[in-house]
Write a protein that binds this ligand. Structure first.
Ligand code: ATP
Length: 306
């Protein structure tokens, strides 16, 4: 029996290694979410990022030919500025971020980065210029250090620590039993949505891209976590061209421009105070959100009183 148990253990070991490898690859494809049909055009050059200006010019797009999702979207994000995109579910907000990454090609119009049409540059150079902080970050079944290093594979442990501090997650990691060596992911320590988002921010700080695409989590955060995440986002977006799909008041208040999308069109645009005073879609969205927040707050207080 002993003779059999060694090879069996070995097979178990190989199996686990392969499983882990598969999980990484699967998750990587999930992360990249790349449909196969997009390819570099012959002679595509690397994107040259001078300052990082992003421009959508009369963009029309459909996933399926008979249903247009974006119906003529134009906006500009000047270098280093922040544009927030808000609007009801299904309006096309995430689609805008997918198009900037060129996961799909548009039907008509142009998407430009520093004046270069993104269809004329290599996808690799385009994607390396954009940092993405998704709503729900996929964690690899590996250490927390590995998960942060994913932003820049040659980063040292000191770089990782610094990025984690800036992302407001350093203290949390140090408090874990194995610190940066703690295993996370499905088979390790499960992190909350807010913690995962800060891991993604730390990754992005390491990557240091000129352009940032943030997709805020819709789920409610307690006010302490919200402040921490906002501080982390402020750090990572400082001096970078930033597009944020915003769900929180704290984000949109500081944005240089807010774009209100509805049914694939820009319904309203401007700064927070201007839009509020207009009393339109934006104003009613925030009024509704405020009511919801207040109701939650009352519920929490009632539960605490019990
Ligand atoms: P939410 O706030 O709910 O995330 P959103 O404004 O980000 O919504 P999008 O994800 O951009 O909305 O989706 C816009 C529309 O495009 C939706 O009607 C959606 O059903 C459709 N859509 C999204 N992805 C695909 C896809 N891969 N194939 C076909 N239709 C899609």
């Amino acid at each position: 029996l002993m003779q059999l148990s060694v090879p069996l253990n070995f097979i178990g070991f190989i199996y686990r290694e392969i499983r882990q490898g598969l999980t990484d690859i699967e998750q990587m494809f999930d992360l990249l979410d790349v449909p196969a049909e997009i390819s570099d055009r012959p002679g595509a050059r690397p994107l040259k990022v001078a300052e990082g200006k992003v421009e959508f010019r009369d963009v029309h797009f459909a996933y399926e030919s008979n249903r247009e999702i974006l119906k003529g979207i134009s906006f500009e994000v000047p270098a280093g500025k922040t544009v927030a995109i808000v609007g009801p579910s299904g309006a096309g907000k995430s689609t805008i971020s997918r198009l900037l990454f060129r996961f799909y090609d548009i039907k008509s119009g142009q998407i430009l980065v520093d004046g270069q049409d993104i269809r004329d540059v290599t996808q690799e150079s385009l994607r390396s210029a954009i940092g993405m902080v998704p709503q729900d970050t996929v964690l690899f079944n590996d250490t927390i250090a590995y998960n942060i290093r994913y932003g820049r594979v040659d980063a040292s442990l000191d770089d990782i620590r610094e990025a984690a501090e800036l992302a407001q997650i350093g203290g949390f990691i140090q408090g874990l039993p194995d610190g940066y060596k703690t295993m996370v992911g499905e088979r390790g320590l499960k992190l909350s949505g807010g913690e995962k988002q800060r891991v993604a921010i730390a990754r992005t700080i390491l990557k240091a891209p000129p352009i940032l695409m943030l997709d805020e989590a819709t789920s409610a955060l307690d006010s302490h976590t919200e402040r921490e995440i906002q501080a982390a986002l402020d750090t990572v977006s400082r001096g970078r061209t930033t597009i944020v799909i915003a769900h929180r008041l704290s984000t949109v208040i500081g944005a240089d421009e807010i774009i209100v999308l509805k049914d694939g069109r820009i319904a309203e645009r401007g700064r927070h105070a201007d839009l509020l005073s207009k009393g339109g879609l934006y104003a009613s969205m925030w009024a509704r959100q405020r009511e919801a927040t207040e109701a939650e707050e009352r519920l929490r207080q009632a539960q605490e009183a019990d």
